[in-house]
Design a protein around this ligand. Structure first.
Ligand code: NAD
Length: 259
């Protein structure tokens, strides 16, 4: 096992990519704090980890709520005595062109990704600095590195998370903290399934064309990235043994956006 007894906290881990990573961390021997908007959704992931023989804790946490993030991190430390790995994964999407976008929708998307990543980072770093180090991970996107139409708040927030990741790599180094960002292409999760009909409507094309000619157009093989692909990369980055890997973005996308 690659993460034996490491203490990890993952936001937005009640379903989708966060859940897949939480389960993978559990299989690799980590103690996994599963944070999501409700205890019920977090609890489903916890039950799956425990059923597989792992150790997990459900935490109700809206990542835009400063008090909730502080309390959640404190709960992890009170339960297991520290925090080694924190992954800012919670995310939402909004499909609309910039010129009709409400300020409220802009703020909602930017806040979940960027305020959420900041609040988790601040709370986690205080623990990691006190305990001699740790690993910060961010769930970016290919949209941390390039843009698509109809997703301005998401693209802007994901670029911002890349900047935060790099800043944390610089500040964290002297405290033994590494910081990296995972940048997936399209993965079939509720977040993506919801936007297929939305994009079809906005672009005036079929859902099949959204998948083939928008989402997977720039992959080398027309394939979706899988939950397992992203989880394997997240395990690898958490387990990497030295600070040689820090401040980096890792694109997992079937070749969409080669860097
Ligand atoms: P998802 O919708 O399946 O899961 C997102 C999770 O985040 C849900 O459990 C939801 O309850 C939680 N969440 C939403 N707002 C929250 C908040 N304010 N506080 C706490 N939790 C909150 O989505 P997913 O596809 O698994 O996405 C996870 C992350 O991966 C996101 O950051 C997303 O931007 C990123 N990502 C996804 C894809 C993809 O193709 N699915 C690609 C690149 C990046």
């Amino acid at each position: 096992m690659r993460l034996t007894n490491r203490i990890a906290l993952i936001t937005g881990a009640g379903r989708g990519i966060g859940r897949a990573i939480a389960e993978a961390y559990g299989r690799e021997g980590a103690k996994v704090a599963v944070a999501d908007l409700t205890l019920d959704s977090a609890g489903e992931t916890v039950a799956a980890i425990e059923a597989a023989g792992g150790t997990a804790l459900a935490i109700a946490m809206d990542v835009t709520d400063e008090q909730a993030v502080e309390a959640g991190v404190q709960q992890v430390v009170a339960t297991w005595g520290g925090l080694d790995i924190a992954l800012a994964n919670a995310g939402i999407q909004h499909i609309e062109p910039v010129h009709t976008l409400d300020l409220a929708d802009w703020r909602r998307v930017v806040s979940v990704h960027l305020d959420g990543a900041f609040l988790l980072t601040r709370a986690a770093l205080r623990q990691m600095y006190a305990n001699g180090g740790g690993t910060m991970l961010y769930m970016g996107s290919v949209h941390s590195l390039e843009a698509s139409p109809l997703k301005a708040p998401y693209v802007a927030a994901k670029h911002g998370m890349l900047g935060l990741c790099r800043a944390v790599a610089k500040e964290g180094a002297e405290h033994g903290v590494r910081s990296n960002i995972i940048c997936p292409g399209f993965v079939r999760t509720p977040l993506v399934d919801k936007q297929i009909p939305e994009q079809a409507r906005e672009l005036g094309i079929s859902e099949q064309d959204v998948i083939r000619n928008v989402m997977l157009k720039n992959t080398v093989d027309g394939q979706f990235t899988t939950l397992e692909d992203v989880a394997e990369l997240a395990v690898h980055l958490a387990a990497f043994p030295s600070a040689a890997l820090t401040g980096q973005s890792f694109v997992v996308s079937h070749g969409w956006h080669m860097q």
